[in-house]
Design a protein. Structure first.
Length: 307
């Protein structure tokens, strides 16, 4: 109803403008200069004034029509572009959905090569579509948990091979995912990641409570504000790793390499670093030491003697 009223009002205004223009074209010269223009027995001088006025008015009218035409053309083009953009977005979303479904099918395969294809297809989707980023991250984390979850009371063999190839690939993709604000923590709790290669991985705020990372390569890894409660990091390589603000409650870091590891603001509660390698008093001085934490004897004695 409102749209029809608007259209009727526009048509009425156009009709009024047309009538007004016609009247101005017909009687305009006399309205503007009626004192000097004759209405009968016109002279050449009168014709010049009338013709000049009408010629100017016709030119202005033509310009107005051309301007209106350009405006209408521009609006039409904008509308067409918006519609084409919307249709392209719908088509792109459909393609992404199809690719996502196929990747999930590959991820569920029993064949390693097909699982690898699904993982890297998901990575491509994550990079091509920012709005699918969070979904892909959660799917890959769930895949890792599904493949290598361990129960809290499980006794693992003293030695184990690195994670299966598809699990390592999922970890690699998670560690190099595009930077984007994520409202959740990546959940890798209670997973067997012994010997995993996570060098330079971006895993800030990750949840690794109860996870086994013995002998894992975490050199340069970003684990800021990570949740490492009861995490097994014995013999892990943590050189230059970023653990600022991380919570290491009950974590086992015996034999871990901590050379140049960043521990500023890290909370060490009942953590065992008694045989950690490369740890200095300066590193520990930036951390928050709480009850039960065990440090290498040399570091502990240095801290005691430092005023």
């Amino acid at each position: 109803m409102k749209r029809s009223r608007t259209r009727a009002l526009v048509l009425a205004l156009l009709a009024a403008a047309f009538v007004g223009y016609a009247l101005l074209l017909w009687q305009g010269p006399w309205w503007l200069d009626g004192d000097r223009l004759r209405r009968r027995d016109l002279q050449p001088a009168d014709g010049v004034v009338i013709t000049g006025f009408r010629t100017t008015l016709v030119a202005l009218g033509a310009g107005a029509v051309a301007g209106a035409g350009l405006y209408y053309t521009d609006r039409t083009l904008r509308h067409t572009r918006d519609r084409d953009r919307e249709q392209a977005g719908i088509a792109r979303d459909g393609q992404v959905t199809g690719r996502y479904v196929e990747a999930i099918k590959l991820l569920a395969s029993e064949r390693t090569v097909e699982r690898l294809g699904g993982i890297y297809a998901l990575e491509r989707i994550m990079r091509d579509s920012a709005k699918d980023h969070l979904t892909v991250v959660e799917v890959l984390a769930a895949f890792v948990r599904d493949q290598v979850t361990v129960s809290p009371d499980a006794e693992l063999p003293p030695s184990a091979a690195p994670p299966e190839e598809s699990v390592q690939a999922a970890l690699t993709v998670l560690g190099r995912r595009p930077p984007l604000e994520e409202p959740f923590r990546i959940d890798l709790r209670r997973t067997d990641l012994r010997g995993a290669d996570l060098q330079d991985a971006r895993l800030a705020r990750v949840r690794l409570g109860g996870a086994h990372l013995e002998r894992a390569n975490l050199i340069g890894a970003h684990l800021e504000e990570a949740w490492l409660r009861d995490t097994f990091l014995g013999g892990a390589w943590l050189g230059r790793a970023h653990l600022e603000g991380a919570v290491l409650r009950g974590s086992d870091l015996r034999g871990a390499s901590l050379k140049e590891t960043h521990l500023a603001g890290a909370r060490l509660v009942n953590a065992d670093l008694s045989t950690a390698v490369g740890l200095t008093p300066e590193q520990v001085g930036g951390a928050v030491l709480e009850e039960g934490t065990k440090l290498p004897p040399a570091v502990e004695s240095k801290l005691r003697t430092t005023p």
